[in-house]
Design a protein around this ligand. Sequence first.
Ligand SMILES: [Fe+2]
Length: 210
Amino acid sequence: MLRERDDAHETSGRDAAAGPAERPVREIIRSYPLIDELLDARRGVFGGTEAEAVFQGYRSHAYHILNFARQWIEPSPEREEKIAIAAVFHDIAAWPDGNLDYLSPSADQAERYLDGIGRGDWKPEMRLMIEMHHKITAYRGAFREWVEPVRRADWCDVSFALMRFGLPRSFVREVRAEFPLTAFYPNHVYKLSLRWMLRHPLNPAPIFRW
Ligand SMILES: [Fe+2]
C-alpha cells in the first residue's frame, strides 16, 4: 500500500505539504480502549504542574499515530493492537525525567509489556517501530510494513501536519480536531532537543537519525 513516490516528499515540508495526490482513507478511530487503559496505568510518569496537559497531549498524539499509521498498513487481526501498543510506548520514556535518549528505554518498556501479555513474538517489529520513529529519511529495513507507517505518522505531528505523506488534509485536520495536541506535545520534544543541543553542540540529538 505504500507508494514509492511518497518517499520523494519525506524530507521537505514544503513538498510534502503539496504532497502526492490525496488518497481515500479509513474512518477515524475515536476510541480504542487499550490506548486509554495503558496510558491511565502510566499516568504517574507525567509529573509536575503541567502533568495533566502533557498527559492529554500525549494521549492525543497516540491516537493520531493509530489513526495515521493504519492508513498505510494492510488490514489484519493484529493491526490496530500492534499500532496502539507502539503508539502508547513510542515516547513514553521521555518522562518523567526529560531524558532525551529515550527511544531504547521506551522500546524496553514495550517489550516488557509484550512479554506480560504473551506476545513476545511481536518484540522485533515493536522495537524497530519505536527506535526508528524519528528517522528522518524513509525506513527500508526489516519490518518496513510496520515501521515506516509509524515513522510517517509521527512526522505528521512533529511537522504540524506539513508532512502528510499523501493523507488528505481534511482527514488529518479531522483527527487533530478530535484529539487536540496541547501546548506540551510536541513542544515537549522540541524543548528536550533544544536542551540537548545546548549541552552537546557537536553531537546530534540521539533521538534523530538519518
Ligand atoms: Fe511521538
